[in-house]
Ligand binder design. Structure first.
Ligand code: GLV
Ligand code: MN
Ligand code: MN
Length: 415
């Protein structure tokens, strides 16, 4: 029999069941060494989507797939009003771990199953979603599906985005059967919650179990295409070179200097360097590099971007290398809802768990919801601060702690 939950206590999730689902999903696209490769819209991503969609249906959720391939399952509430949504992503980087994204989606399913088991109907409907291409590793920008869902990126732009082989998001969605009919930019949840691994060292270093996430730092991704001239490595005097590889390397070193000089939260990464023809005795005629700059302060991020840009332009000119550049992603820093941050802290207190406020260094689907509805995130520690690595690990006890806190916050918000 359905009953409304007036007790103020949250029902107890089954953490073993959550871990089993994480392990099951982790087998899809599984890599030797324990991680996963489920790059967005590949066959492995499709197989992961199929499994989670089946789980949603088994739990009685009414599911829909929208035009950018986001999958949402809804459990009705006592009132026909906006749902409280939990979500994240199940795509991964090529060297991904089992927890990044998967935890938030599967914790959402565990919350639903816990409500089903205890026969509780919440006042608000509950929604669980997994959003297309959060990682952006194959098709930049990251958070693509949630950005389209919440209206900050146009559907047309997202569908026409191509990977480096020239294959588009739209054609891959068709191919894997996830180009759905549901409209995008149609649902503003009552509120949005995401449980995620920290993916950094802060919680573990301070011996804290729960992170009450205050927001997400700003993200700037640039791609630089550098075109010089190939020539003989032995015969070409240094003064006559137009070496795209040299400019790529100089930019990489400068990115580190900019981060060190700005200091504080500033980070800088050159994650892609592709050289052509990539031969020991040939000067590179082409380089493709990417620069990822992040900061919690928009002013400092702007400063890092303009310093980087000036350096790339001048170094290319001096070397006689032609430069083309493209913005791959740009997100301003986001602040989460004060009430949800406080609810996370008080839920952690209720379970006698240590808790600390911290900003997120990684991008998350939650940041796309934050401008439109009260949004919050709960972090649990990442062993060794390692993520985007097959060795990514969070202990079962920490996962259980995060799940308990999310269940408690969900119970409070959805009543
Ligand atoms: C994406 O999740 C990122 O932070 O790079
Ligand atoms: Mn993630
Ligand atoms: Mn990630």
């Amino acid at each position: 029999m359905n009953q409304q939950n007036h007790s103020g206590k949250s029902p107890k999730p089954n953490n073993d069941r959550l871990l089993e689902r994480i392990e099951r999903l982790g087998k899809i696209g599984g890599l030797s060494g324990g991680g996963v490769c489920r790059l967005a819209l590949t066959d492995e991503d499709r197989d992961g989507r199929d499994l989670v969609l089946r789980w949603m249906k088994d739990l009685g959720l009414s599911t829909s797939i929208d035009k950018i391939g986001n999958v949402i399952g809804i459990r009705p509430g006592l009132e026909d009003c906006a749902p409280v949504m939990m979500g994240s992503h199940i795509d991964s980087v090529a060297t991904g771990g089992l927890y990044d994204g998967a935890l938030g989606v599967l914790a959402g399913l565990e919350a639903v199953q816990t409500l089903n088991d205890t026969g509780i109907t919440t006042r608000h409907p509950i929604a669980v979603g997994y959003f297309t291409n959060e990682e952006g590793a194959r098709f930049p920008p990251d958070m693509m599906g949630s950005a389209v869902h919440q209206g900050s990126l146009s559907l047309e732009e997202a569908l026409s985005t191509e990977d480096k082989e020239g294959i588009s998001v739209g054609s891959e969605l068709d191919r894997i059967g996830y180009s759905g009919d549901a409209p995008v930019n149609d649902l503003v949840p009552h509120s949005y919650l995401e449980l995620h691994i920290e993916q950094g060292p802060v919680l573990e270093e301070s011996g804290i179990t729960i992170g009450a996430v205050t927001g997400v730092q700003g993200i700037s991704w640039m791609e630089y295409l550098l075109n010089g001239t190939s020539n003989h490595a032995g015969t070409t005097p240094m003064r006559l070179r137009h070496d795209a590889g040299f400019v790529a390397a100089a930019v990489t070193v400068e990115a580190r200097s900019i981060a060190n000089e700005i200091g504080g939260h500033q980070v800088a990464t050159v994650g892609v360097t592709e050289l052509r023809p990539n031969l020991v005795n040939v000067i590179s005629n082409h380089a493709r590099i990417t620069v990822d700059l992040r900061n919690t302060s928009e002013d400092k991020l702007n400063l890092a971007e303009s310093r980087m840009n000036d350096f790339v332009v001048h170094t290319s000119e001096n070397e006689g290398v032609k430069l083309e550049q493209q913005i791959l992603a740009r997100f301003t820093p986001v602040k989460f809802d004060d009430d949800i941050i406080s609810l996370v802290e008080s839920a952690a207190r209720d379970f006698d768990l240590s808790c600390q406020r911290l900003p997120s260094g990684a991008g998350h689907d939650a940041q796309m919801f934050a401008p439109n509805c009260p949004t919050g995130m709960i972090f649990v520690p990442s062993q060794g601060g390692i993520s985007h690595n097959v060795k990514e690990f969070t202990s079962p006890a920490d996962i259980a702690a995060g799940m308990n806190v999310m269940m408690k916050v969900l119970t409070e918000i959805s009543e």
